[in-house]
Design a protein around this ligand. Structure first.
Ligand SMILES: Nc1nc2c(ncn2[C@@H]2O[C@H](COP(=O)(O)OP(=O)(O)OP(=O)(O)O)[C@@H](O)[C@H]2O)c(=O)[nH]1
Ligand SMILES: [Mg+2]
Ligand SMILES: [Zn+2]
Length: 302
């Protein structure tokens, strides 16, 4: 039997079969990583084959992933954390205030989406708290970088219909800092029956207002939304300093125009990227974010 992984628990996974039934399934040791932990062996969004051992569903195999959205795992070790797989869209959710808007996280998620080959969008939430009137400027900045943006107030539902339309017929991953309103937005996108059946207990963590695992919901056939726990710091995975520029789509057209073939797009004279940013052809702040990330990845600050 074929199924989709909707959530990872400690020793098992939750899956939904193609006919819509939910099961808990165990993952045999041979599918696990070296430490016998689940690791990235099975993630939310994976397509799996199930067999039965008596009453128990067992994951027999995982289909190759069409794509996967990763970050660097928290902690000292250089380790990949695959957040979810087989995605059509990643929405990075950010709030204007409480917590304040942070370009750093948005730009990192966009880089990681480019690397994964998944289309990204930006949802600016808490427009009711936009005391500094930043919404339009932020959306315009990202529109220039080719990222479609939407403004929402998840508590009143303002702008949520546009997000629903964007997600319809797709599998969408919601990512962002803790407390920006991902789960509140998700509840607004789910039909009332799903909430009434109590299937979204995890969403608010039973009053703790914190999501603890990547959880896949299916508001209607063909449409799936994956809520994720908020991140404190989002570190890049699988991107090195030299290739970072490839993941800024608005910088790509200027590549090859630098005076020196081995230009690091730092302080070299005749750098076409810096010139484009100075002319205003490329957003100044996005170029600054590129420089900052590149220096971080290069392991030093100049
Ligand atoms: N003022 C205002 N508050 C909001 C809005 N959307 C969500 N909130 C509030 O922000 C708080 C955090 O919302 P959550 O939906 O739990 O945030 P989250 O991004 O899922 O957080 P994590 O699960 O920790 O990552 C809650 O108290 C919400 O009621 C909004 O549009 N405006
Ligand atoms: Mg949440
Ligand atoms: Zn250059």
């Amino acid at each position: 039997m074929q199924a989709t992984v909707t959530r990872i628990d400690f020793g098992s996974v939750r899956v939904r079969s193609d006919d819509g039934r939910a099961y808990e399934a165990t993952v045999p040791g041979r599918l696990r990583g070296a430490r016998k932990a689940l690791g990235n062996a099975v993630v939310t969004g994976d397509r799996v084959h199930l067999t039965w051992e008596g009453e128990r569903a067992v994951v027999e195999g995982v289909e190759p992933r069409r794509n996967a959205f990763s970050r660097r795992a928290a902690g000292e070790r250089e380790e990949e954390q695959v957040v979810a797989s087989n995605l059509d869209l990643v929405l990075v959710v950010a709030s204007l205030q409480r917590p304040d808007f942070k370009h750093g996280l948005v730009d990192r998620v966009l880089v990681q989406c480019e690397r994964a080959g998944v289309v990204a969008g930006l949802v600016l939430n808490k427009t009711d708290l936009d005391g500094r009137h930043e919404t339009d400027a932020i959306l315009a900045e990202y529109a220039r970088a080719g990222v479609e943006g939407m403004a929402t107030c998840a508590v009143t539902g303002r702008g949520v219909d546009a997000v629903r339309e964007r997600c319809r017929g797709r599998r969408t991953l919601l990512v962002g800092h803790s407390g920006v309103g991902k789960s509140t937005l998700l509840i607004g996108l789910l039909p009332h029956e799903t909430i009434a059946r109590g299937e979204v207990n995890e969403v608010t963590g039973k009053g703790r207002h914190t999501t603890t695992a990547a959880v896949l919901y299916r508001p209607e056939p063909g449409t799936e939304l994956i809520d994720t726990p908020g991140v404190r710091a989002f570190a890049l995975w699988g991107v090195d300093a030299a290739e970072l520029v490839e993941y800024y789509p608005e910088l790509r057209p200027h590549l090859g125009g630098c005076r020196f073939g081995d230009c690091r797009h730092d302080r070299e004279p005749g750098c076409a990227l810096r010139a484009a940013a100075e002319r205003g052809d490329v957003g100044e702040r996005r170029f600054a974010s590129y420089c900052k990330l590149r220096d971080e990845l290069a392991g030093g600050f100049h």
